[in-house]
Design a protein around this ligand. Structure first.
Ligand code: ATP
Length: 261
């Protein structure tokens, strides 16, 4: 039996921005249906790695998505297989929540054509699943940080892709909404064979949801494995200079910060 091709294969990725080398030869593989979380201290290169995987920053090395060279994919074609949410997406002025989520359907609209009833159904379903229906007609600038973050995710989910790249998707959410949103992504993983690549700073949340964790430091992969293998007191002391206890809950690491005495 042949093993299915990984959804994401990145080899020897190197990125230079503003004259500085940001990624120094990163390898990354994400298998179909897997949830991989990229962690690492501020400035480690996590967002840059996600941008390189999306083909959004110039990089040397190879990136293949579903076996195809990302640089050879047209914008529309790429948007049908990969949806991504940046840390601070650009928001068109005056746009409403439903119109913003509808932007996720752009790769499916006929050129110069309008959205269909099916597109509007997708938008409505996303708004319901993210508890955003009551906000549908509000403009994005009137939303709270957490509501806005759910709207950004909504646009990506409306794309109905099989690969989702999320850069800090829950940084503005309260703990209940963090769980709602990540449980939803997890459910889509099972229902629609979604593959997920995220960055996350909350290491307990990372430990609870990711199948595999890749730790970046200084633009290099310094550890990779299951959450229990990577999220350890030693690793966090070395790469984050963090004073923490890591306790085990249901075979998953939970990180407890320890105050300096
Ligand atoms: N356009 C740019 N020009 C110059 N340097 C850049 C540019 N974009 C990013 N960098 C630098 O690259 C490094 C990695 O940035 P990146 O945003 O990928 O880190 P990160 O791991 O996502 O950080 P954080 O956890 O703070 O979000 C940082 O030092 C950042 O200042």
């Amino acid at each position: 039996m042949t093993t299915p091709e990984p959804v994401v294969t990145a080899r020897d990725l190197r990125v230079e921005l503003g004259g500085n080398r940001i990624l120094h030869g990163v390898d990354l593989t994400v298998a179909a249906g897997e949830w991989v979380a990229v962690i690492g201290p501020n400035g480690a290169g996590k967002s840059t790695l996600l941008n390189a995987v999306s083909g959004l920053v110039p990089a040397t090395g190879a990136v293949r998505l579903f076996g195809r060279d990302v640089r050879r994919m047209r914008h529309r074609e790429r948007a049908r297989v990969l949806a991504s949410v940046a840390q601070s997406p650009v928001v068109p002025a005056g746009i409403t929540v439903s119109d913003y989520v509808l932007l996720g359907r752009t790769p499916y609209l006929p050129r110069l054509g309008r959205e269909s009833a099916a597109d509007l159904d997708v938008v409505r379903e996303v708004l319901v699943r993210l508890e955003l229906l009551d906000f549908a007609d509000r403009t994005l600038r009137t939303l709270s940080g957490g509501e806005l973050q759910r709207v950004f995710l909504g646009r990506a989910l409306a794309q109905e892709t099989r690969l989702l790249l999320l850069d800090e998707p829950t940084s503005a959410l309260d703990i209940g909404h963090q769980q709602d949103v990540l449980d939803l992504v997890d459910a889509l993983r099972r229902d629609r064979a979604l593959t997920v690549l995220t960055t996350m700073h909350d290491l307990s949340i990372t430990g609870a949801y990711a199948d595999r964790v890749v730790l970046l430091a200084g633009g290099r992969v310094v550890a990779s494995g299951t959450p229990r293998e990577v999220i350890t007191e030693d690793v966090l002391a070395t790469h984050y200079e963090a004073r923490v206890r890591v306790v085990d809950v249901d075979d998953r690491p939970v990180v407890v910060p320890i105050r300096k005495r």
